[in-house]
Design a protein around this ligand. Structure first.
Ligand SMILES: Nc1ncnc2c1ncn2[C@@H]1O[C@H](COP(=O)(O)OP(=O)(O)O)[C@@H](O)[C@H]1O
Ligand SMILES: [Mg+2]
Length: 252
């Protein structure tokens, strides 16, 4: 898995991390929800550029639009106005079916609720998306095992979710998000259900995976100790970006 996504013209940034060209470019993105009589302007004009290999944390108070931003940047939901370009492709202009395929190929998702199927083992949960996209069972199992090894669960492959701790279950979802080697991993409150020690371990794992594979990570969290492990923190307030700052490099 290491160096699985070599970037064409990697640049070593002054913070010591290696980045490629912009992989996520959002311009004037707006999102309005219309539910019956109520209209909510959840995003009011977001401009954001994220480089390949960056690890970005999105912070801000509850209801400020973090999940909405993740959903429209990843194409899980439509924008109301504006443009989202992912790896040069205009996501906002894609038809549903094409967008779904694009997402399956390029993106992995980690959510707060682990979303594991309780009747399946860890290996079965991880290989499921591969089987759905037509990978042969033998190869899918090998890839699932490799992904579970990568997150430190080599000896838990046949356990079901209920037989694992919260931290282990979240590692399974991370393995599942990474099994396709996606260019971008989106995580919405990935440590929200975990104690602080386990949260730290999960973030250390995400940082290690980011450093090894030059994958791009966008992580929503309201926990500053989690966000401080990213390379950059974007603060949102009331549907807008309030600040966007690099995280100081330790020892500098
Ligand atoms: N599906 C939806 N329908 C209507 N309103 C929504 C929907 N999802 C989110 N909202 C509203 O949009 C705003 C932003 O929500 P959200 O993106 O979930 O914020 P956060 O993740 O920062 O807590 C909130 O006012 C929320 O109530
Ligand atoms: Mg949210």
């Amino acid at each position: 898995m290491s160096q699985s996504r070599p970037i064409a013209t990697p640049q070593v940034h002054s913070n010591g991390h290696m980045y490629g060209p912009p992989i996520i470019v959002a311009s004037k993105v707006e999102k309005t929800y219309n539910t019956g009589k109520v209209t909510v302007r959840a995003l009011k004009g977001i401009d954001l550029k994220i480089l390949e290999g960056e690890m970005v944390a999105i912070m801000g108070p509850s209801g400020c639009g973090k999940t909405t931003l993740l959903n429209v940047l990843s194409g899980l939901d439509d924008v109301t106005a504006g443009e989202v370009v992912i790896a040069g492709s205009p996501l906002h202009a894609m038809k549903d079916k094409k967008r779904t395929l694009f997402r399956a190929e390029k993106m992995g998702f980690v959510f707060q609720a682990f979303n594991l199927l309780p009747v399946l083992s860890a290996a079965e949960n991880v290989e499921l998306p591969l089987l759905v996209s037509g990978v042969k069972p033998g190869l899918a199992r090998r890839k699932a095992q490799e992904a579970l090894e990568m997150v430190g669960l080599a000896s838990e492959v046949s356990k079901r979710p209920a037989e694992m701790s919260g931290g282990q279950q979240q590692r399974v979802t991370i393995a599942r998000a990474l099994v396709n080697k996606p260019a971008i991993v989106w995580a919405d409150e990935p440590t929200g259900n975990l104690d602080s020690e386990t949260s730290g371990a999960i973030m250390d794992l995400l940082c290690k995976l980011n450093a090894e594979s030059v994958q791009t990570f966008v992580i929503v969290s309201h926990d500053l100790s989690v966000a401080m492990k990213a390379h950059r923190i974007v603060h949102m307030r009331d549907g807008l970006i309030e600040s966007d700052r690099p995280v100081p490099v330790a020892g500098k």
